[in-house]
Write a protein that binds this ligand. Structure first.
Ligand SMILES: [Mg+2]
Length: 229
């Protein structure tokens, strides 16, 4: 039997009586892992390109498949235009989450733990995270000089989305992942259950077994089904 009562340190204790192994806790609590760009917020680099009117910043991995070459090029472009981290953060602060994203995230956070797994950088995500009530996010980091110049970037580890899902499963969580793009597929494949949100048609053809959602109402329903929320 589980009994709630004030503990010696001033907060409720779970006192277990009648044996050491009785518990009412679920065996595998649910953790939702969400991609950021395309699921909760618009594509950050594309918006930065539009708002700074620097079209070269629209380049993506489709134009330059080598991510390291792409990032070094972006950093060089920022330097050429004398744009500091603060300038970019000001631009990103003008962006808003996708319509309905904040309500969806609040709904999900009230029902299970949520971790955003993103390939963006912590310094870029910060202005958008504030608008989403600061959820947990695992992403990468920019190296910034004291004068605000972005000089390099650091990936925390290769394919961190997949590595995070595998680590959470190792911790005995039931992981439900949702993403929209190719950089999510290894995370989705590693999860216990997976959901596509507004994916391009080319990806859904490649992964016909993944459920596809187009609205937050559909995404909620898919989470309810996958995680019993
Ligand atoms: Mg995405």
């Amino acid at each position: 039997m589980v009994l709630d009562r004030p503990g010696d340190r001033g907060y409720p204790l779970l006192a277990i009586r009648g044996g050491p192994s009785i518990t009412t806790q679920p065996v595998r609590p649910v953790v939702a892992c969400l991609d950021l760009e395309g699921v909760l917020v618009p594509e950050i680099w594309i918006n930065v390109a539009e708002r700074t009117r620097i079209p070269e910043l629209r380049l993506t991995t489709r134009d330059e498949p080598n991510y390291d070459v792409l990032m070094k090029r972006r950093i060089k472009i920022l330097a050429e235009h004398k744009l500091t981290l603060k300038d970019i953060q000001d631009v990103i602060a003008e962006m808003a989450p996708l319509e309905g994203a904040k309500d969806f995230l609040s709904w999900l956070r009230a029902r299970c733990q949520v971790i955003i797994l993103s390939d963006t950088f912590a310094q870029f995500a910060a202005p958008l995270m504030r608008q989403l009530d600061s959820p947990t996010i695992f992403c990468n980091t920019l190296e910034v000089e004291p004068d605000g110049r972005i000089v390099n970037y650091h990936l925390r580890l290769p394919d961190q989305k997949r590595a995070s899902v595998l680590a959470l499963k190792q911790l005995n969580f039931h992981v439900v992942a949702a993403g929209d793009s190719y950089n999510d597929t290894s995370m989705l494949l590693a999860a216990d259950a997976r959901i596509f949100f507004r994916p391009p048609a080319s990806i859904t053809k490649e992964f016909p077994q993944f459920p596809v959602t187009q609205t937050y109402a559909e995404l909620q329903a898919a989470f309810c089904k996958a995680a019993g929320l």
